[in-house]
Design a protein. Structure first.
Length: 579
């Protein structure tokens, strides 16, 4: 494998005279997807992020892989067609992270919203406040049509009130009907971003990746970066890709190319520990209009209920968090939709928020800003011999298609041709994933026999990591899979040791927030965090002072950005790490 820090250090040492084809600034899903595509085509790339891979906007989605049903009413049919195709491809290429999600749409009238929808289609800046049965039926039929390429899920169903309330018994009886269609959800988007980077590194021996690395200067075609150990390195790219999301304009300023490309909006979400709600959803998402006409959603996620999202203009991606009015808005919306259930703030175990890197727009409503993507080019000028391509907009679902479009532009500029399409290429642990229940059972049986691990546990790790699970279980470590984290016993010491040593981790937060779902599940305790830190300290040789600083950083981030406070009830000091 080529995903350890030592392997990457060797690659950096081979960087001749700092010359490289492409530098990608920003390792969110768009940057990581492009890095993978270009590396596969034989382009020598460096991807850099000031924080961790997938740590910005890409870590704050609604965790859906969807075609964008609501984009039909703004006439973005091309975006819906691309999104539904990419959704279908991801269900095949990343089956360890992406799975089908049946979705229920409650309908409160028969004909409302038709004229408003027609006005929106013809350019009105006011979206329909309410969408009746006629509109939704037409929308779902169109959605099926656009999703027909590579179809992997059933067509929609339309049900009248009686049947709808049998299927969703806690939904308000004010509905007149319901629609059921299929989209998909992604359980671990942050891991998938890392896996895209890993795939790129494995595809091209000259590819480079650097997280927690800061661009400190751009001068006469030379970019200089500072790494986590305070060392610096410089490169001279032929082309720069600005994939910094909501930070795009700031990065362009650093590159000496002023721009005004981004007009972001904040999307916040909450997670509820509400077993009765999760059971009542019966594996479905409810996609509904709040009382003010905005679209909300709720579905089961890792045993919790995920609720989102807001759409508020914002320009401060470094300090974004779910505010109290947003939390109250979600709870009130749920009370109105599901009057038979109780909701209060005590059920909220985690909150998160991110800035969507939408294009600058004068739309009167944030919901009307296009979710499509573009890649404007700033050509070279005096003092800057490289062009800059900025990745503006887009959505999680379409990252592969967006990457392919931009990669083809890069190849054309370099007068090179595409070697392979990424349409059918599995991602990370999706490679060689067993294609059906019988094959999955055989895979689990084989790995269980080889490792001596209980088949049920092997199956759980296959669902979490894909086929990478076999390498994790065979990882030579001082820890065993039988040793489990306090408060989060579904994670083992062995897993954490693998992640720390093999997955380009720099900080403890990389493990807690992105390589695992420990933070978002709400199961992490102070004792569990201390155990994760101890394992990481053994992998990296951290001093006791460094380990405490890493633990403090996670605790502070959980409290400041996610509404989660860890309390130390043990009074224990970190145990001695096993080397």
């Amino acid at each position: 494998m080529t995903d350890t820090a030592a392997d990457l250090d060797q690659r950096f040492s081979r960087l001749q005279d700092g010359d490289i084809d492409v530098v990608i600034l920003g390792a969110g899903v768009n940057g990581a997807g492009l890095f993978r595509d270009l590396a596969i085509q034989g382009i020598d790339c460096l991807i850099v992020d000031k924080s961790d891979f997938g740590s910005g906007t890409s870590a704050a989605p609604s965790r859906l892989i969807h075609g964008g049903l609501k984009y039909l009413e703004t006439g973005e049919f091309g975006l819906v067609a691309q999104s539904t195709l990419e959704r279908n491809l991801l269900l095949r290429n990343a089956p360890h992270c992406v799975e089908a999600l049946p979705t229920f749409v409650p309908i409160f009238s028969w004909t409302r919203g038709i004229w408003a929808a027609l006005r929106t289609l013809t350019g009105s800046t006011t979206a329909p406040r309410s969408r009746g049965a006629v509109l939704i039926k037409i929308g779902l039929a169109l959605y099926d049509f656009f999703g027909s390429r590579g179809r992997v899920m059933p067509r929609h169903r339309f049900v009248f009130k009686g049947r709808a309330l049998k299927e969703m018994p806690h939904v308000t009886p004010k509905i007149v009907a319901g629609g059921i269609y299929y989209d998909a959800k992604i359980s671990r988007p942050e891991r998938l971003v890392y896996e895209l980077v890993k795939d790129g590194l494995e595809a091209n021996g000259n590819a480079l990746a650097a997280n927690s690395t800061t661009l400190i200067s751009s001068s006469n075609g030379t970019l200089t970066f500072r790494r986590p150990d305070d060392s610096a390195f410089s490169v001279r790219p032929k082309l720069v890709i600005n994939a910094a999301g909501p930070w795009i304009d700031r990065v362009n300023e650093t590159l000496g190319a002023s721009s005004h490309l981004i007009g972001g909006t904040k999307g916040s979400h909450i997670l509820l520990d509400h077993p009765e709600l999760v059971r009542s959803l019966n594996g479905h998402m409810i996609y509904f209009e709040a009382d003010d006409g905005r679209i909300c959603l709720v579905y089961g996620y890792l045993g919790l209920a995920l609720v989102g999202s807001t759409d508020i203009p914002s320009a401060d991606p470094d300090n974004v968090r779910c505010e109290e009015p947003e939390l109250d808005y979600f709870l009130e919306s749920l009370r109105s939709l599901l009057p038979g259930l109780q909701f209060d703030e005590k059920q909220v175990v985690y909150t998160y928020s991110g800035i969507r890197p939408l294009p600058a727009s004068d739309a009167s409503s944030p919901g009307l800003i296009s979710r499509d993507h573009s890649a404007p080019v700033l050509e070279p000028q005096a003092g800057r011999p490289f062009a800059i391509i900025s990745l503006v907009g887009g959505k999680w679902t379409t990252f592969r298609g967006f990457a392919e479009e931009v990669a083809d532009t890069v190849l054309s500029r370099f007068k090179r041709t595409r070697r392979v399409s990424t349409q059918q290429l599995a991602i990370g642990g999706g490679k060689d994933f067993p294609a059906n229940p019988g094959a999955r059972k055989e895979w689990v049986r084989t790995v269980a026999a080889r490792t001596g691990i209980d088949p049920k546990r092997v199956g759980a790790l296959l669902a979490r990591y894909g086929t990478t699970a076999s390498a994790i279980l065979e990882h030579g470590s001082a820890y065993s899979d039988a040793e489990r984290l306090p408060g989060a016993s579904h994670y083992s010491f062995l897993e954490i040791d693998w992640i720390a040593r093999r997955e380009l981790v720099v900080h403890l937060s990389d493990i807690v927030f992105r390589r695992t779902t420990l933070a978002i599940e709400g199961a992490l305790t102070m004792e569990g965090l201390r155990a994760v830190g101890t394992i990481a300290a053994g992998a990296f040789g951290w001093s006791g002072q460094r380990l405490q600083a890493e633990i403090d950083d996670v605790v502070n981030s959980l409290a400041k950005f996610h509404g989660r406070r860890l309390t130390d009830t043990s009074g224990q000091q970190p145990a001695e790490a096993r080397i």
